[in-house]
Write a new protein. Structure first.
Length: 274
């Protein structure tokens, strides 16, 4: 049985990935690289470890010992955690961090450094979407409630803004109201960005999430799910727009049921059709 490795972050997407891969007959070795991983993974995975991302050599050697040749990185690992709550790094992680200090700590730069380290031990990183394409919907309005013309103007404006910050590798999410940007995603992550922007908008904000213009599909694919919706509810946001074909929509059924109850609009749009 072929083995696939999973370096898991926070959220339900690692669970959905594991279920999808196991249904196709693969063995899954999961390493939880930060605290707060979905507890279901422990029972779902064929082998399960909790090893900090800062113990990089142990992470990689564990994958090698388990016979892993291909690995995917799925789930939230925010740079906020990387900068404050972590154990002392091992020597291999220190060497990577020293290389990064001479470059930058942008999301893609950090992740590509990890990809490079994995490759040294013969492990390649899978396209995140290889087993999750059914979670990437095409253009449509998902909810019973439809967006207004004014909201669609905010979606179009927010789409351009999200692509602009994505090109700078800052984030993938913006919060907009009346074609004014309330917040852009940075180190704090999507949910904090939504809560901050929605609060500043004082109700009725539009949240837009897109892929980066040069998105590497091996990691950091834009993802939405129940936590996204809950952050919108907390700050009274009205619309969630995602990029069609390029966004992973986790927990879709539960999200849409709750969005309909709350009167929140959710839609997927294509860049050249808004």
């Amino acid at each position: 049985m072929e083995t696939i490795g999973l370096l898991a972050g926070i959220g339900t997407l690692p669970v959905e990935f594991t279920e999808a891969v196991k249904s196709q007959g693969y063995r899954v070795v999961c390493i939880a690289v930060i605290p707060g991983i979905d507890p279901r993974l422990k029972d779902l995975a064929d082998a399960y470890y909790e090893i900090s991302a800062f113990k990089l050599n142990k992470v990689i050697k564990t994958l090698v010992n388990e016979g892993v040749k291909e690995v995917t990185m799925i789930g939230k690992v925010t740079k906020e955690w990387l900068f404050k709550n972590h154990p002392f790094p091992d020597l291999r992680a220190i060497k990577v961090l020293n290389r990064l200090r001479k470059m930058n700590f942008k999301d893609d730069t950090v992740t590509l450094a990890i990809v490079e380290e994995l490759a040294k031990d013969g492990i390649s990183v899978l396209d995140q979407t290889k087993y999750l394409k059914p979670l990437m919907p095409g253009p449509q309005v998902f909810t019973k409630k439809k967006p207004t013309e004014a909201q669609m103007a905010d979606v179009a404006f927010g789409f351009k803004a999200a692509k602009a910050i994505g090109a700078m590798d800052l984030g993938q999410t913006v919060v907009v109201k009346n074609q004014a940007v309330m917040a852009v995603e940075a180190i704090e992550g999507t949910d904090a960005c939504i809560r901050r922007g929605g609060s500043l908008a004082r109700g009725g904000a539009v949240v837009v999430k897109t892929a980066k213009p040069s998105q590497d599909t091996r990691f950091d694919m834009p993802t939405v799910g129940l936590t996204t919706l809950h952050s919108m509810e907390e700050s009274d946001c009205a619309v969630l727009a995602i990029e069609a074909w390029h966004t992973l929509f986790a927990e879709k059924e539960a999200v849409l049921a709750e969005a309909d109850r709350k009167g929140i609009v959710i839609l997927a749009v294509e860049q050249d059709k808004i």
